[in-house]
Design a protein around this ligand. Structure first.
Ligand SMILES: [Zn+2]
Length: 219
C-alpha cells in the first residue's frame, strides 16, 4: 500500500494518565498474521524510464524519464533538453527586448555586446574587434553600460557586530579616518560596468570608417 493513516497522538500529560485511562477505549488488536493487517493490491500509476513510481503524476514521470521535449510555445522550434527552457524562445525574447530598448548615438562611452560579455571602452576597441572578427554590422547588438561605483562605508554599520547594542563609534580619530576614506570613495572612478538598458546606435561616420578599413584590408 502507498498510503497509511497516522493515528492522532493522545495529548495527555503524565499526571492525568491515571484519571483518563479508564475512559480511553481499549486499543484494537490486529494480528500480523491476519488478513486485516495487509492485503495484496494492484496499484496503477506512472513509472518513469528509470523505474521510479510517480503515482498519478504523469508529468513528473515524463519529466524525470525523458532527456528532450518539444517546445511548449511553438511546435516549430527544435526539441530541447528537458528541464531547461527552449533556447529558440529565449533567443526570441532577447531579440524582442533589444528591439524595445531606447536607442542613443554612441559617443565612445563604455558599451557591451548585448548577447556577450565583451566590453568596448572606446572607438579603437570596437573598430579592432569588428575588423578582426569580420562581424556583420547589421547583426551587431550593443548596449550602453552603467557604472558601478564603490559604496561609502558607515563606521557604525561596519563595526555593528563589535559595538554595544545601540552604541556608536565615539573615537574622533577613527571617525575622521572614515570621513577621509569616504571622501576618496566618492571621488573614485567606477569599479566596474554593467550592461544597461539603452541600445547603441553607431554613428554613421564610425560605420563608414569600418567599411572603408575592411575594403582596404581586402585590397
Ligand atoms: Zn520555443
Amino acid at each position: 500500500m502507498y498510503s497509511y493513516a497516522v493515528p492522532p497522538l493522545p495529548s495527555i500529560h503524565c499526571r492525568d494518565m491515571a484519571a483518563k485511562d479508564e475512559v480511553m477505549p481499549k486499543e484494537k488488536v490486529v494480528m500480523y498474521e491476519s488478513p486485516e493487517a495487509a492485503s495484496l493490491q494492484t496499484v496503477t500509476g506512472w513509472v518513469d524510464a528509470g523505474g521510479r513510481f510517480w503515482g498519478k503524476d504523469e508529468h513528473m514521470a515524463r519529466y524525470s524519464g525523458s532527456t528532450h521535449r518539444q517546445c511548449e510555445q511553438n511546435p516549430e522550434h527544435p526539441i530541447h533538453t528537458t528541464g531547461r527552457g527552449c533556447p529558440a524562445c529565449h533567443e526570441e525574447r532577447r531579440a524582442a527586448n533589444f528591439a524595445a530598448m531606447p536607442k542613443r548615438v554612441w559617443a565612445g562611452e563604455p558599451i557591451i555586446e548585448y548577447d556577450g560579455d565583451r566590453y568596448f571602452f572606446d572607438e579603437d576597441d570596437l573598430r579592432d574587434y569588428l575588423i578582426e572578427y569580420e562581424i556583420d554590422l547589421a547583426e551587431l547588438k550593443l548596449v550602453f553600460c552603467t557604472p558601478n561605483y564603490p559604496s561609502q562605508i558607515d563606521p557604525n554599520d561596519h563595526f555593528c557586530d563589535d559595538l554595544p547594542e545601540d552604541g556608536e563609534i565615539s573615537d574622533d580619530q577613527l571617525l575622521a579616518a572614515f570621513d577621509l576614506l569616504n571622501e576618496m570613495i566618492r571621488k573614485s572612478p567606477p569599479l566596474s560596468w554593467s550592461p544597461g538598458k539603452e541600445a547603441v546606435e553607431l554613428p554613421k561616420t564610425f560605420i563608414d570608417m569600418v567599411i572603408h578599413e575592411r575594403l582596404e584590408a581586402q585590397a
